[in-house]
Design a protein around this ligand. Structure first.
Ligand SMILES: [Zn+2]
Length: 198
């Protein structure tokens, strides 16, 4: 691997969406019961390991089945905690991992988001959409602009990834497999490297 393609000296925040009580902190439940928060965490931990191997410093918003916490206060808002963790990290990029859900089972595939007007966020969401489409073969829509809270309140370039629809039986089945998860993580790493070395 060429040194130029590494990530040494860069800090990346990895945000596995949701965590803890689903009724309070959200997260989709799949058609056969797969929990989005669990997929997000598994992907996030693998992504952390892969990015660290390339020399990046990785800051996780959570590493267990618990909401993101900054102060640790019992009534802390996980989205505000995510914002504070990211602001304190001095990160070069924020990547939020999610799974999608819709009322009917037909929507499938991947979406990548950035905050409207953020050129760097758009570049990251573009690189990630390209890498994810290539690696998974799933329908991939992005970059899409959206005023998500976790994107809005970040000084650092930010992107949010919706990896598959838990409401779609095929996507949910894929998301259960380690092989698909590994492909997704490799693609996210490739997209992040493309973003930094574009
Ligand atoms: Zn989510």
């Amino acid at each position: 691997m060429s040194k130029a393609a590494g990530l040494a000296g860069l800090t990346i925040v990895v945000d596995p969406g949701h965590g803890g009580d689903v009724s309070w902190n959200g997260g989709a439940t799949g058609v056969t019961g797969l929990q989005e928060k669990d997929v997000n965490l598994a992907l996030g931990l693998s992504l952390r390991d892969a990015l660290e191997k390339l020399g990046a410093r990785v800051v996780m918003t959570r590493t267990t089945d618990a909401p993101a916490a900054f102060t640790g206060a019992p009534d802390e808002d996980p989205l505000e905690a995510t914002t504070k963790i990211t602001a304190a990290s001095g990160a070069d990029l924020f990547v939020s991992l999610h799974g999608n859900w819709w009322e009917d089972p037909s929507p499938e595939g991947i979406e990548t988001y950035y905050y409207p007007g953020s050129q760097k966020g758009r570049a990251a969401a573009t690189a990630l959409a390209n890498a994810l489409a290539k690696a998974t073969g799933l329908p991939t829509r992005g970059p899409l602009a959206n005023d998500y809270h976790v994107l809005h309140h970040h000084e650092v370039p930010a992107t949010l990834l919706e990896i598959g629809y838990l409401s779609n039986p095929d996507d949910e089945a894929l998301l259960r497999t380690n092989a698909f998860r590994a492909r997704v993580v490799a693609a996210v790493v490739a997209g992040i490297r493309d973003y930094f070395h574009r």
